[in-house]
Design a protein around this ligand. Sequence first.
Ligand SMILES: Nc1ncnc2c1ncn2[C@@H]1O[C@H](COP(=O)(O)OP(=O)(O)O)[C@@H](O)[C@H]1O
Ligand SMILES: [Mg+2]
Length: 390
Amino acid sequence: MKIAILSRSPRAYSTKRLREAAKARGHEVRVFDTLKFSIFIEKKKPQLHYRNKSFGRYDAIIPRIGASITFFGTAVVRHFEQMGVYTLSSSQAIGVSRDKLRASQILSSHDIGTPATAFVRDKDAVIPAIEKVGGAPVIIKLLEGTQGVGVILADTVKTAQAIVETLQSTKQNVLIQKFVAESKGRDIRCLVVGGKVVAAMRRTAVGDEFRSNVHRGGLVEAVQLSPQYEATAILAAQILGLSVAGVDLLEGNAGPQVMEVNSSPGFEGIERATKIDVAGAVIEHLEEEASFPEVDIRQRLTLKAGYSIVEIPITDDSELVHKSLFNSNLKERDILVLSINRSGLTIPNPRGTREILPGDTLLCFGKQTTLKELIPKRRQSTRKSKSNPA
Ligand SMILES: Nc1ncnc2c1ncn2[C@@H]1O[C@H](COP(=O)(O)OP(=O)(O)O)[C@@H](O)[C@H]1O
Ligand SMILES: [Mg+2]
């Protein structure tokens, strides 16, 4: 394969390791500086230039987009996607995971622990928000910080309020987050590749530092994950649509709390701590996946007017409950069940003999008019009553 690594730092450890791993597996690989691309938008003819010359054809890209260039970097990746080039991480997933607020909003709608978090703009809302997430000490976080910069622990409500107001006055977006004190300056970094945790380490902050980032001097050691921690890391990466991700978990009393999901995780700390060839695992995964470029299935399938993809929650009183897919007559009604979500696990392409259980969520494609009949009445009515009276 011809593989392009998009990175601003060709000499960085992770970039070098990826290049070595790709070469060792017989691929042609080169590193390109993300900022040296020019994007050209023309009807049905997406083009990229690199250093002002037309960019040749590559089979796959590995984006390593740093936080400071998210906007331009994801635009370049999006252009590769439009040109039909396989990308290890989609532009959409990079963008979402980079935004701590958006990522936690998405994660919290699933069965995943996340620290209680608030986001406010109004001055009068700051103190109530601090109290609501658990009071002081409290964490204040910049929306797009990395390497521990922009994460502050405020000891009192007054300090917290002052910090939030100062940052807001400089037009920064800040999150107010529950301090998971029991994690004691420690967290767990899981390297997820293709739906598996290939390596995991514990990071421990030194001295009176509460941030365990390696860039803040955090010490690393290999760690054996419990099934609960492993499942959480895999699910978090999957929800954000990242096949390669560094998932950071705090060890909370209530189990793992996902802090963030990194789309360009560094390999240095974790490879040294665990002696695992993470870069090799990434390239192996790329080989398996490169023939399946990302498609936006919702967009492709719903172009035909009147058709939709919807998730149908199965309630106890659903007409489908305890029927097999075959006996549900969904097929006859022109409804295709793409997958069933059961207790957080996805059953893709379910067979006709598969029984539908209460609590399942069916991902269905079909005519909107027919699908509507299957959506529980309760949800239809709460939707209506949700309109804000103000
Ligand atoms: N809610 C929290 N409770 C306890 N410690 C936290 C919390 N949020 C962050 N930390 C500590 O601060 C570090 C950096 O936070 P993180 O959100 O991962 O920001 P960054 O993107 O800068 O790494 C974490 O690795 C963890 O050690
Ligand atoms: Mg972090």
